[in-house]
Design a protein around this ligand. Sequence first.
Ligand SMILES: Nc1ncnc2c1ncn2[C@@H]1O[C@H](COP(=O)(O)OP(=O)(O)OP(=O)(O)O)[C@@H](O)[C@H]1O
Ligand SMILES: [Mn+2]
Length: 427
Amino acid sequence: MSLNYAFSFSVFLLVLVVLNIYFFYTLNTINKKSPKFNVPKLRVDLTTNVFQDIYEYLNYLPNQYKNKNSKFMSIQKKLINSFNTSRVTNPAHAQHTWVEVDNWVSNISLFPHEDGIGGKMLHALQSTPIALVDNAPKGTQLKLLLLLEGNQKLYFKPKRYNLEHVINGKIYAGFDRHNSEVFAYYLAMVLNFKWIPPSVIRKVHLDNDILPVATSGLRKTMLKNSKGTLCIYGKCFYCKINETVCPDDNGEVEGAAILYLDKQLKVYKSPWRRSYNAKKMEWEIDSDFCVKIRGSLSTRHLLNLIEVSLFDFLIQNGDRHRYEVYKEQIILLDNGKGLGNPLVDELDILAPLYQCCMLPTSTWQHLEILSGGNLSDTIKLLSKFQGIKLATEEHFKAIERRLLKIYATVQYCIGRYGSSKVFRSGF
Ligand SMILES: Nc1ncnc2c1ncn2[C@@H]1O[C@H](COP(=O)(O)OP(=O)(O)OP(=O)(O)O)[C@@H](O)[C@H]1O
Ligand SMILES: [Mn+2]
């Protein structure tokens, strides 16, 4: 009996010890969920559904958006008249062009566009002798500030890549593409976005055109490479001594010559700017982002931002972190981050459009008649007058494909809110 009692007591003690261990274990692991029971983090990427909807609309896009619209022909003719200019190399003619440009006062465009003036401006930018060259330290990319004879200033963004080069990685990766700046100018003309400085491909001879008129500051940022060629590494935030720009076998450096606007420009941070790190921006996680923005921006300004997003989507410029405003209009400056990869259409560049679902009626009517190849055909036609190829065929195809995606996004907006809410007249 006493043996039996001793056995039962020891079993009881054992149970007590086990219970104790269990008690202390659970006490320690409270609030530490086992990984098995972790609820997966909700994806707060609100864009995904929108993207699905837009692609759905893309599949059912009416045929009119795939066919060439003959209504564009009269506009194309006007553009041709503006850019098909005989090339006069007489400096007096160039001076006359700039007088005409300087006297231009308008609330509908930054520059005149009638009677061949477009072509004349580009030609003057391309061929007027250079009086002085310095580094342009504003911004992060290597660029030069050129003063032309006759006092026009221009930015010179040098060529970094061949047209065939494809940029992989982040949408804002790589150096600026000089051809993207010039392409953007013609694209803006075709879209009827007339608030952009003229821009053209120019070749400058380093020994003949630059060195004799280079400031000592610029000379200090040049060095000879292993072949004994003098190259420029420049002065800018990202400029590195081993990332030089060197002349080709003819001693020339190609670049985009962009007219510098000596005007008081207001600078704004873009509400749809990227974070440039892993952190998501408010516009990427808040489905009501546009409602918030509408409280602080006028409808006109917002519509203008939406128009800029269409433009940026077409060339895939995902780097418009800030923008300049002149006469209450956004000026399309800094378009060098376009044409990176013809196989990528980053749809979130269109966020201002699909989040706000608004567009000026006139802009939509203009977009509609650009269908079926009119857009790329006209860019090719106009740039041919300057005799330079601006992009590979893949990029032109990509522009057409992206235009269809813009149509689909507008259809998505109409489907969601109705056309009377989407299209805004009088802007
Ligand atoms: N054509 C122009 N006329 C007048 N000012 C200009 C022009 N182009 C650019 N700027 C001004 O110069 C600054 C730098 O130019 P830009 O943005 O083209 O250089 P960037 O090196 O690409 O700069 P970031 O790295 O900040 O994008 C801009 O903030 C703008 O205010
Ligand atoms: Mn830039």
